[in-house]
Design a protein around this ligand. Structure first.
Ligand code: UDX
Length: 436
């Protein structure tokens, strides 16, 4: 089978590389010539563990190619994935202009039956819009199916998530399209991954509902952590005991500075907006976004309290990415907190194993360092903002010897509070004020 993936952003590139690994012939298309040139030379345009190997294997074995020629890619493919961006508009609604533009081009170049699949996260009803645009732009009467096949890939674990998903969701109104999609995913079908076959609209909503629910778990535990701080409880024990209840489950109950990244903040807002269009007030999801915004400010308050008078003080920040194993700083709470500290007149030193290049563009006034000890040099406070593995077992004595004052704000709860305090540090975590 030959397929085309339009858009070589995060989702498009991972999807293309993984389908090529399944043995499918894949053409990835993008209008950004510089991106395509890099990919043709085997240079990954995003940071994702394991991707480089898959890209070079797919290219070497002739199943994966990159082009700016959308017409050619569409015409030789049976399945066409739309994986372009759906950034938020000012109102929070998803901006579908790139999806619409691609749908029009697909319509123009249609030369036979195809399945056109939206992989981008899109509001319920977008499949119908894609169908209409393709029909309007198609000069001859070609049959085509429209499908929705949302992705559930976590950055940093995207290849693992693609190869071993919890489920595959296929929204498609006609049996021919469903059969082709099942055939495309047959390597996963054969290893008993559950398939959920639904209408296009339902599949579109499943994606938003899933992300909103995960975001809800995070905001919930962040609120409980706030209460733990006031009452003097340990949120770690609360979350663990809650998670042992099978109906709740242990995942996504880690408190921190709030969720960030390219999905949760955007998708929760887009869902609220979509619901409002149907005169539905999604009170829970709305509250989830408010709690997430507040969480970043609560964390900033913790830092300010530890620091005292901010002017003239030095803060060492470890971790800038919105989570570990990615260089992505989009909507990263770390970036928000660094910005506020800089504005308060604090001297910030920072490091991150992957995202320094991007962060440098935002903060000319920050001193970027290569490792934790260099970052901590002369600092009045060390703040953990991303839980990279390399920060989990730092030499506390060495840290103490290089810092101006031994103080840690562990905003990802990566250290045992009692152990840190015993080592002579002033310590604050998230929901872990209790010491016994
Ligand atoms: C998410 C979804 O997990 C994925 O299924 C979807 O398709 C895309 O969005 P991603 O944004 O890559 O993936 O990151 P994820 O690992 O889900 O984390 C999102 C944010 O939540 C991060 O900022 C992370 O630090 C935060 N988080 C996660 C918590 O604060 N606590 C948790 O317990 C889990």
């Amino acid at each position: 089978m030959h397929i085309a993936i339009i858009g070589t952003g995060y989702v498009g590139l991972v999807t293309g590389a993984c389908f090529a690994e399944f043995g499918v012939n894949v053409t990835c298309v993008d209008k950004d010539e510089s991106k395509i040139k890099k990919l043709q030379e085997g240079i990954p345009t995003i940071y994702e563990p394991g991707l480089e190997v898959l890209l070079s294997k797919g290219r070497r074995e002739g199943r994966l190619s990159f082009t700016t020629n959308l017409k050619e890619a569409v015409q030789k493919s049976l399945v066409i994935f739309i994986a372009v961006g759906t950034p938020p508009r000012e109102t929070g609604a998803a901006d579908l202009s790139q999806v619409e533009e691609v749908a029009a081009e697909i319509g123009k170049y249609l030369n036979g039956y195809k399945v056109v699949v939206t992989k981008s996260t899109v509001p319920a009803g977008t499949g119908a819009l894609v169908k209409r645009i393709i029909s309007e732009n198609c000069s001859e009467e070609f049959r085509f199916s429209v499908a929705s096949n949302p992705e559930f890939l976590r950055e940093g674990a995207a290849i693992e998530d693609f190869m071993h998903p919890d489920r595959i969701v296929i929204g498609c109104g006609d049996p021919e399209g469903v059969a082709i999609m099942k055939d495309l995913y047959s390597p996963l079908y054969l290893i008993d991954i559950p398939f959920v076959i639904t209408s296009v609209e339902t599949a579109e909503l499943i994606k938003y509902a899933s992300n909103a629910f995960l975001a809800t778990k995070i905001s919930f535990i962040n609120e409980i952590a706030m209460l733990c701080d006031r009452v003097g409880c340990d949120v770690y024990d609360v979350a663990r005991a809650m998670g042992l209840d099978k109906r709740i489950g242990p995942e996504f109950l880690h408190p921190g500075p709030g969720y960030g990244g390219s999905c949760f903040p955007k998708d929760t807002r887009a869902l609220v907006h979509l619901a409002a269009n149907y005169e539905c007030d999604l009170k829970i999801v709305k509250a989830v976004t408010e709690v997430n915004d507040r969480q970043r400010d609560l964390m900033l308050e913790k830092v300010k309290q530890m620091l005292g008078e901010p002017v003239g003080k030095t803060v060492a920040v470890l971790g800038l990415a919105f989570k570990p194993n990615t260089d992505d700083i989009r909507e990263s709470p770390a970036i928000y907190i660094v910005r506020k500290l800089v504005d308060l007149g604090v001297k910030v030193r920072a490091s991150d194993p992957a995202s320094i290049d991007e962060a440098k563009k935002l903060f000319p006034e920050v001193d970027f360092c290569t490792d934790a000890y260099e970052t901590a040099q002369g600092a009045d406070l060390l703040v953990f903002l991303t839980e990279w593995n390399q920060y989990r077992k730092l030499d506390l004595e060495k840290l103490k010897s290089v810092m101006a004052q031994p103080a840690i704000a562990d905003l990802r709860n990566i250290y045992d509070p009692n152990l840190i305090r015993k080592s002579g540090f002033k310590y604050v975590g998230v929901g872990r004020t209790c010491s016994f």
